[in-house]
Write a protein that binds this ligand. Structure first.
Ligand code: 09M
Length: 426
């Protein structure tokens, strides 16, 4: 593939920082090396001497000696060596990427960081951007400043609809336009394929293959934003776009937020080397690297757990959210039947609810929900055109207890009934 068409002039102008190259030397030098080059602070001046983290299973992770020094010091931009190796091994085992030999992984400060850098590498102002809709509000927040011409592709119970995707493209372009520098044909397809935010929908494999073929026909890069991959409620996880990527056209964003901790701010981007190099250079100048403490801690955890321990943990996390989903679905049945409609989420942590008899949920939620001791997000936040009224709202089942879910939905049903009355009066 010719990746230059996906790299805007800003990103193409980025170069590796000499200081970062120097720091990489530090990890390659002999023990006799006298390092006079980089401005790394002397760890003996740090007040932290060791750290011990207690795990819920009663075991401990000890950071001391080399690990505490690594945790407190600058490290390689691409990621802390041991963790990078562990994550690369995990990607190979879980996804068996067909283009693995030409693939690179970069550890980022959450998948949000990686997603932001990928769009900032690829987009120019006023670009066409193909995006599933509804879509995670954090993605819109990244892309909106580019004043994009969104091509929103509607979803059904199985996610993004390939026929609509193909229709959007063939109505306005020919596939050969992808090879014409002057064409304004889109270059990027953003997809959140499993347990999508906000719908909870997962795209089945046959549909992913159709979508991939369309991306192939129109030479699109697929941004596979997949933080809920481990939270798919069907234990047999659907193969990722990365696992069917025979061309090297998928950039995949994984997150540790939903399975280990959201506060450690660790995600990892997996994609073709020429694109990952651009993201690496951007990391060098934006944050230098993701938190060393977070990376060392996770690496020691994975070392202690091994693959079996980690997969056992993510299964427990998946089961927790499945239980939470059941509780929210029961509360919806009890309190919202006749007032709203919803699909059964196939993954993630959200229920996407359509209010019946209310054209736009934003005023109800933003102006009247707090008085009812319940708050959720209005559907407009997840639309590419927020000026349009939207009858949907997103409820998260990650945090509330079963009792609070039931109480919240009881309050919600009162809120909706009062809103319908209000609408009738106006
Ligand atoms: C589809 C999709 N892609 C990327 C991310 C970012 O995850 P990261 O790995 O932690 O950076 C997310 C996180 N989504 C949310 C985060 C959040 C944080 C504070 C408060 C509210 C939040 N709400 O509501 C969210 O949906 C996501 O859903």
């Amino acid at each position: 593939m010719n990746y230059s068409r996906y790299i805007n002039s800003l990103s193409a102008a980025r170069k590796s920082s000499p200081i970062r190259e120097m720091t990489n030397l530090l990890t390659q030098g002999s023990p006799e090396l006298v390092f006079l080059a980089g401005g790394l602070p002397n760890p003996n001046t740090f007040p932290f001497q060791s750290a011990s983290i207690k795990l819920r299973d009663g075991s401990n992770i000890q950071l001391e000696g080399k690990t505490i020094n690594d945790a407190l010091q600058y490290g390689p931009t691409q990621g802390y060596g041991p963790l990078l190796s562990q994550l690369k091994e995990m990607q190979q085992k879980l996804h068996s990427p067909p283009c693995w030999a030409d693939t690179e992984v970069v550890i980022t400060s959450g998948s949000q960081d990686g997603l932001c850098k990928a769009f900032e590498m690829m987009l120019n102002v006023n670009d066409h951007v193909i995006i599933q809709e509804p879509v995670y509000a954090g993605t819109l927040a990244i892309v909106n400043p580019f004043k994009p011409k969104y091509i929103p592709v509607q979803c059904d119970a199985n996610g993004l609809i390939p026929d609509l995707l193909r229709q959007c493209l063939e109505t306005n372009w020919k596939s050969e336009d992808a090879h014409s520098p002057s064409s304004d044909i889109p270059k990027v397809l953003y997809v959140n394929p499993a347990g999508a935010n906000p719908t909870g929908v997962s795209i089945p494999l046959d549909r992913r293959q159709e979508i991939y073929q369309i991306a192939k026909d129109y030479d699109l890069i697929i941004l596979e934003d997949d933080p809920y991959y481990f939270l798919q409620f069907d234990k047999k996880r659907t193969p990722s776009f990365l696992s069917i990527d025979t061309d090297g056209r998928v950039v995949r964003f994984d997150s540790l937020s939903k399975v280990l901790s959201s506060g450690i701010r660790l995600g990892y981007v997996t994609g073709p080397r020429p694109l990952m190099e651009r993201i690496l250079y951007h990391m060098q100048v934006s944050v230098i690297h993701a938190s060393s403490m977070s990376q060392v801690l996770v690496s020691e955890l994975l070392k202690q757990w091994g693959e079996e321990g980690f997969m056992g943990h993510v299964d427990r996390v998946q089961n927790f959210y499945l239980q939470q989903r059941e509780i929210m679905l029961k509360a919806a049945e009890t309190h919202l039947t006749g007032l709203a409609e919803w699909n059964v989420p196939q993954g993630g942590m959200f229920l996407w609810i359509k209010c019946l008899g209310i054209s736009d949920t934003r005023p109800m939620i933003m102006e009247r929900a707090l008085k009812k001791d319940v708050i959720l997000l209005p559907g407009r936040e997840f639309m590419t055109d927020p000026s349009q009224p939207c009858p949907y709202m997103r409820a998260s089942f990650s945090l509330p207890t079963p009792e609070n879910i039931d109480r919240g939905f009881r309050n919600l049903s009162e809120l909706i009934r009062e809103e319908i009355e209000l609408t009738k009066k106006n």
